[in-house]
Write a protein that binds this ligand. Structure first.
Ligand code: DGL
Length: 259
């Protein structure tokens, strides 16, 4: 059986990349809803509907677990998905807790970069009120990064200019930048070049895959095969077979100098 991965587009490939390293013998189906991306500027109801449509297809292709490799879709739909489906559903949320723990005593603030919908949703607001007692967390949406990513533009003058434009002027007050959208780790190099070196950049990808491993273990669902598994891709309901898209996906998954 497969492990399903879902994202509004290609951002979730940054999570699948970790999964392929830590769980190479599993078979994966990756669903990118690129025709409907970005999700972050849509309403919660729209995102929920699109997510349910995609998961229906993944369920029909038989999955043993599902990773919602999208913070936005997680905040809009994860609770309802868990009520409907019998397989484990692993969601994502911005890594606020480790960032706050790290900066609480150091006098620096935390900047969470995520989509507008993630930032305004109850799930994120609850996360912040739970862990940010000292009010050191600030939020910043970055919708254009999602658009750049969907065009496979991860670096260059337009990206750098946009990052410089949105970053707060008093950037030196931050100790950690949290990447709260799975599209954003694809811009790690461009971000590193645009902010001071002493700000660390964290994402929740590895934590999510470790959580997936625990869930698979606890449910006795880990693959017993010692062969390398496969990855099948779907783009908004259609299996991806064209070479250009496949090679773009593979570049993100298996490495390219830009990433
Ligand atoms: N990759 C998504 C996330 O983690 C959303 C990007 C979008 O479609 O706006 O939130």
């Amino acid at each position: 059986m497969n492990i399903g991965f879902f994202d509004s587009g290609i951002g979730g490939l940054s999570v699948l990349r970790e999964a392929l390293t830590l769980l190479p013998n599993e078979n994966y189906i990756y669903y990118a809803d690129s025709d409907n991306a970005p999700y972050g500027t849509k309403t919660k109801e729209e995102v929920k509907k699109l997510t349910f449509d995609a998961v229906k297809l993944l369920d029909e292709r038989k999955i043993k677990a599902l990773v919602i490799a999208c913070n936005t879709a997680t905040s809009a739909a994860v609770r309802d998905l868990r009520e409907v489906y019998g397989f484990p559903v692993i969601g994502m949320e911005p890594a606020v807790k480790p960032a706050v723990e790290k900066n609480n005593n150091g006098g620096k603030r935390v900047l969470v970069l995520a989509t507008a919908l993630t930032l305004k949703e109850e799930k994120f607001q609850n996360l912040v009120s739970r862990f940010d007692a000292g009010h050191i967390v600030d939020m910043l949406p970055a919708p254009k990064l999602v658009e750049f990513a969907e065009k496979y533009i991860f670096s260059g003058p337009d990206v750098s200019e946009y990052i410089k434009e949105i970053m707060p002027q008093n950037i030196n007050q931050y100790g950690t930048l949290v990447l709260g959208c799975t599209h954003f780790p694809l811009f790690r190099e461009a971000l590193e070049e645009s902010i001071p070196k002493n700000i660390d950049i964290i994402d929740g990808n590895k934590g999510t895959v470790n959580h997936l491993i625990d869930i698979l273990k606890n449910n006795d669902l880990l693959s017993q095969s010692n062969q390398k598994g496969s990855v099948t891709f779907y783009k908004s309901g259609v299996e991806v077979k064209d070479h250009i898209t496949l090679s773009n996906y593979e570049k993100i998954l298996y490495g390219s100098s830009a990433l």
